[in-house]
Design a protein around this ligand. Structure first.
Ligand code: ATP
Length: 812
């Protein structure tokens, strides 16, 4: 066998976070595909310092290589086959480090792992390779021992996944490396040859942190799952709080970063939040909080939720503790108040879909960065910006992160806020706009609008949250929010009523569509639709829905030629689980749906694995858009994905069967696992789910069996995900601002009959982390109207990654 391109180790350090296992899996698999030898380090830096006191017992089970594979690789074993498994994956997974068969990890902290050793890891929370806070690694002696242990094993590259402390440690280690090597050589611990070979350490950092506290990246690994845990807890508390008319004060994690508290506040519809970056402005803040909560109670609200970040304080840096907030609410307002500290429940549990996808993409990028690293390139941190995976100089990111804490310590809260990203600002503004009930800040009468709000198409997670935000904003500004129930059919039936601040209170956490929705388009009777617009004197329209809503907006915009009633600002807020609206990277509901798919697939995979050798063909919705199927395949580790964009033909199916045979043929005896195939319902009219399930069963023979499962409407998800709720509020408020702006412009026109400009009928889109307005006529140019999807899709390349991560190209 030829020398590996790189001997690469991965470790997890600092506080654990969901998604760390997905990092390890992605690094190991990508490393192997790219010709590296792969290792894990147990217990973070502590394991690196301890190293291996036991001689390595690597007895790889030699795979029985099917003839087809040997042939395909010209008789050469590919790197995947040479690194298929070393058998320690199970030891790491069961957490004991011991195995009844006599294998043990005792005295072994730096462990060689292969492809199958990390199989299925990303469905598990925490970190299977262990993490620690290592005091000894902070010392030069500790780092000398760590360097010695790495060189002994021949490791020349390191991936570190942890918080800012862990990444600082990585940077110190790398900058000190040449000195450490010289010292080891002078002590005679390594040979001249080893010293020459290990002159430079390649290191890369991934941010595993539940607080989302790292600068220069939009999200950290584990933060979305922690937000899920918090929102689940608040959803549960909400029902008991309302039953007893109680107040609850929740303390959530976040010492220097209020992201969790803020996003939880927005997603759960809390009454008040305390975050470190922006302490309450009023002095004393107790008056402000009590006045606000009192207002809510006076209009009939039965429950109160206050969220306090762990690091919250007032403007003088005096800590604000949950217990004190409770005392204030009890004593001043007489509320029956309880405190819930969520503590470590926030860290734990199965990673949500995003915490499987992001670490997979970042793990792949980390290996690429290491392979390209030279002594001159800085150590990189892998981040995500504007939905793209990025490399940023690690120490710059750490320094900027520290700057936030320093600004807070210096009471420079404006600076602390300026170091947060725009989404943070928008979420905070959104929270104030939707949680507080101010009547005194309403707009001048001529600026006020009668805003019609409608849901269209199939229900999607976040539709209700978006409506709630719009309604609350409207009331605060002095507009009148008018719900059109049941889409255009309801409009024609005059099914319209005004929504109230309290009436929409619990809508953030509700799935489905509170307004009712259907697919009827306005051209069913455009004249009658215009007449209704006129009768109800709508000044603005917001449609929340999928491709139908886009279509409806197009019809209304075209109808402006004939009907003056459509000369009002009109917006479409994309909400569809299919994520098929052109030009926007995310529609509301697509995250909820991905999570529903991941939940279902975890259960299906468990069943498939219990039967040892079962291929489950899982059918997804999505119309003619393969987004959910593709991202779902990435998030669940499916081995094949079928999408309408890519289509299905006999050649592909033949290759798929061959791949499955080879893969099952390589499984250890008696240890075949279940595998998933994800098929979008519209991938082919001929090769249906039933047909391919039967085909796999027939072809699998002794090797594997096949079953199918259709996820159908379960993909609409029950409770919307926190991401969808937060996104819904943020986008909805932007829609309202857009409507206000165009309404005001129209009011300036002198004539009674107004002429709305084309850009006043637009779709709100997410492009990167920016929110962009696209006039509906421009959108048309980017739409594939026949297949009801965009002409291009940002996620199309993901399919290749799905195939890479199951070793398809290596094995076929
Ligand atoms: P969390 O965000 O969960 O606190 P973290 O990575 O910031 O995670 P820390 O305890 O700060 O957690 O750091 C983890 C480990 O990284 C430390 O225990 C230590 O071994 C190492 N480390 C941190 N800072 C340094 C440093 N300046 N030099 C060397 N090692 C360091």
């Amino acid at each position: 066998m030829s020398e590996p391109r790189m001997k690469l180790a991965v470790l997890t350090s600092g506080g654990d976070s969901a998604g760390m296992n997905a990092v390890v899996r992605a690094v190991v698999k990508t490393g192997i595909i790219r010709g590296c030898e792969t290792w894990i380090v147990r217990e973070g830096y502590e394991g690196l310092v301890r190293g291996n006191t036991q001689v390595h017992a690597i007895h790889p089970e030699p795979p029985t290589v099917p003839a087809a594979v040997k042939h395909a690789h010209g008789g050469q074993a590919s790197n995947l086959l040479s690194n298929l498994r070393f058998g320690d994956g199970d030891l790491l997974r069961d957490g004991t480090g011991d195995h009844p068969g006599g294998r043990s990890l005792k005295g072994r902290y730096i462990v060689r792992v292969g492809w199958d050793d990390v199989r299925g890891w990303f469905a598990e929370g925490g970190t299977l390779i262990g993490t620690a806070r290592s005091a000894v690694f902070r010392t030069t002696e500790g780092r000398l021992a760590a360097a010695n242990n790495m060189i002994k094993e021949g490791i020349d590259a390191l991936v570190v996944c942890g918080g800012d402390g862990s990444l600082s440690g990585a940077d110190v280690f790398r900058s000190e490396w040449p000195k450490l090597v010289a010292e080891l050589r002078s002590q005679g611990k390594i040979t001249e040859e080893q010293a020459a070979k290990h002159g430079h350490l390649k290191i890369v950092g991934l941010v595993g942190s539940i607080d989302n506290d790292m600068s220069m990246t939009d999200l950290t690994i584990g933060a979305p799952t922690a937000l899920h845990r918090i929102c689940e807890a608040i959803d549960n508390i909400n029902s008991t709080a309302a039953s007893h008319s109680r107040a609850f004060v929740l303390e959530v994690m976040g010492r220097h970063c209020g992201w969790l508290a803020l996003l939880a506040g927005v997603s759960s519809g809390a009454d008040f939040i305390f975050i470190p970056e922006r302490p309450p402005e009023a002095n004393p803040w107790e008056d402000e909080m009590c006045a606000e909560i009192q207002r809510h109670r006076e209009i009939g609200k039965r429950k109160t939720i206050v969220i306090v970040a762990e690091g919250a304080h007032d403007a003088n840096l005096q800590p604000i503790r949950a217990d004190y907030v409770k005392d204030v609410l009890t004593e001043r307002l007489g509320l029956d108040t309880r405190v819930t500290t969520l503590g470590h429940t926030q860290r734990g549990g199965r990673p949500c879909a995003f915490d499987r996808i992001l670490p997979t993409l970042q793990g792949e990028e980390a290996v690429k960065a290491l392979l390209e690293a030279t002594p001159e390139t800085p150590s990189y941190m892998i981040g995500v910006r504007e939905n793209k995976i990025t490399r940023v100089p690690l120490m710059e990111a750490v320094a900027m992160t520290r700057a936030v804490a320093e600004a807070i310590a210096a009471k420079d809260f404006a600076k602390a806020m300026s170091l947060r990203d725009p989404e943070f600002h928008q979420s905070l503004e959104g929270f104030f706009a939707t949680s507080a009930l101010y009547k005194e800040k309403q707009l001048a009468h001529y600026k006020r609008m009668r805003v019609a709000i409608m849901h269209m198409g199939a229900p999607a997670g976040g539709m209700n949250a978006a409506t709630r935000a719009a309604v609350r904003y409207c009331i605060r500004q002095g507009h009148r929010p008018l719900a059109i129930h049941n889409g255009f059919r309801g409009l024609l039936d005059d099914n319209i009523h005004e929504l109230s601040w309290l009436g929409v209170d619990g809508w953030t956490a509700r799935g489905g569509s509170e307004l009712g929705t259907n697919r009827t388009l306005p051209d069913v009777d455009l004249g009658a639709v215009a007449a209704r617009f006129q009768e109800h004197n709508f000044h603005a329209l917001m449609m929340i829905g999928g491709f139908e809503a886009f279509n409806a907006l197009l019809i209304l915009d075209n109808g402006r030629k004939h009907y003056p009633a459509f000369h009002i600002p009109m917006v479409h807020l994309p909400a569809t689980i299919s994520n098929n609206v052109p030009m926007t990277e995310f529609s509301l509901g697509s995250d909820t749906s991905l999570n529903a798919l991941v939940d279902a697939c975890d259960s299906i995979k468990q069943s498939a694995s219990a039967s040892r050798n079962r291929v489950f063909v899982v059918e997804t919705q999505g119309g003619k858009c393969g987004y959910i199927a593709t991202m779902g395949a990435l998030a669940t580790g499916a081995c094949i994905v079928y999408t309408p964009e890519h289509g299905m033909d006999l050649d592909t199916l033949r290759a798929d069967v061959k791949f499955l045979k080879i893969r099952y043929g390589l499984d250890a005896k008696g240890r075949s696992e279940g595998r998933l195939v994800i098929r979008n319902e519209a991938s082919s009219t001929v090769y249906t789910t039933d047909v391919i399930t039967k085909m796999f069963k027939e072809e699998g023979g002794e090797l594997f069996d096949s079953r199918s499962a259709s996820l159908g409407h379960t993909l609409q998800g029950g409770v919307p995900s926190p991401m969808d709720r937060a996104r819904a509020a943020r986008l909805s408020l932007r829609c309202m601002a857009f409507l206000e702006e165009h309404h005001e412009e129209l009011q300036k026109q002198p004539s009674k009959v107004k002429q709305a400009p084309p850009e006043s009928a637009a779709v709100i889109t997410i492009q990167g982390s920016a929110i962009k307005w696209v006039p509906v006529q421009e959108m048309l140019q980017h739409a594939d109207m026949k297949n009801r999807r965009g002409k291009t899709a940002w996620w199309e390349d993901i399919r290749g990654l799905v195939e890479d991560l199951v070793g398809r190209s290596e094995l076929l």
